[in-house]
Design a binder for this molecule. Structure first.
Ligand code: ADP
Length: 312
């Protein structure tokens, strides 16, 4: 597929969505370049699904000055069908028909896109193999595991050979094996030229998959950019994460080399070099702490004062 590197696949400028008095998305601006994987990372309730729904016209935007949303140059409020023809969507709530088998679910969806039966059969065969679901054609949906259903929803979203694949929390609640399989498949799709947009509250998923991302909280962009660069530029290099409140006194002593944050019952101590953290760790029992490099979770904590997966 030819990749258009000049025109972004998605341009969002000042996009806003109110549900009554609640501002679910608050002036979000970002661009998604063709052939990249872009992420919306944030805790539950940050506005990720709402942002995605606006992209394919499932949720109406709230009017705002100078706001704009274009997907392949189309405004989803007017041309949702043109966007749907070029995109595949794997949504959180699974819309599979649980009484029907895998093959029938795929063929019904293909009919919606007007794909001729012979071609639909060919694509279904290839996609089920791609998502490691071959052999499941005749299984009813209710007989599938959670991980299989999720893979099927992705396979189904690929039936119309989309240029843009939109995935809402693709690996939420899945075991590590299935997560890695899905990550691997998303990597190969992107390598083949498909633009991928994912929402996730897993920082490791965002870090691993995304070329660029927006970190969201309460509808707003907290930070955006390349995940590695964001971590490099915006936070110390190392974190000492302490699980219990035992032996914290030394850490609390004034020390210009470290920075302390507290969230979700844990203490995080940050430094640009290891020695000050190693010194503090030496006074702790090994099961009470982890000494590690910093990551997107630390960035989120620094920006918002709370953890990505804390109860809101
Ligand atoms: P996320 O996908 O990041 O978990 P959502 O976009 O689902 O976040 O939700 C953002 C906020 O909007 C939440 O406070 C949620 O309760 C609210 N919300 C989402 N959908 C609706 C709706 N249809 N009506 C009213 N409030 C909604």
């Amino acid at each position: 597929m030819r990749i258009d590197t000049k025109n972004p696949v998605i341009t969002a400028r000042g996009v806003t969505k109110n549900y009554g008095a609640l501002r679910a998305v608050d002036g979000l601006s970002f661009q998604v370049r063709a052939g990249t994987c872009f992420g919306l990372l944030g805790p539950n309730g940050a506005g990720k699904s709402t942002m995605m729904k606006m992209l394919y016209g499932k949720a109406e935007r709230t009017a705002a000055p100078d706001e704009e949303l274009l997907v392949f140059g189309y405004d989803p409020a007017r041309d949702a069908l043109a966007i749907k023809a070029l995109s595949g969507m794997a949504q959180q709530e699974d819309s599979l028909d649980s009484e029907l088998d895998v093959l029938t679910n795929m063929l019904l969806y293909a009919r919606f896109y007007g794909i001729p039966k012979k071609e639909a059969l060919r694509r279904t065969h290839d996609l089920l193999e791609f998502m490691e679901l071959d052999g499941k054609q005749r299984a009813r949906i209710r007989e599938l595991s959670g991980g299989m259903k999720r893979r099927l929803v992705i396979a189904r979203a690929l039936l119309n050979e989309p240029k843009l694949l939109i995935l809402d929390e693709p690996t939420n609640g899945l075991d590590p094996q299935v997560r890695h399989l899905i990550w691997d498949r998303l990597h190969s799709l992107r390598a083949g030229g498909t633009t991928v947009l994912i929402s996730t509250h897993y920082m490791d998923e965002a870090y691993h998959l995304c070329d660029e991302l927006v970190i969201m909280d309460q509808g707003r962009a907290v930070l955006q950019g390349n995940p590695r660069e964001l971590v490099e530029k915006n936070i110390e290099r190392y974190a000492l994460q302490i699980f219990t409140r035992a032996s914290l006194a030394p850490a609390r002593r004034k020390n210009a080399q470290i920075r302390i944050e507290e969230a979700g019952g844990m203490l995080y101590i940050y430094a640009d070099t290891l020695p000050p953290l190693e010194k503090l760790a030496a006074a702790l029992t090994s099961r009470d702490y982890i000494l590690r490099q910093t990551n997107l979770e630390d960035l989120f904590l620094r920006a918002t004062g709370k953890g990505l997966n804390d109860e809101q």
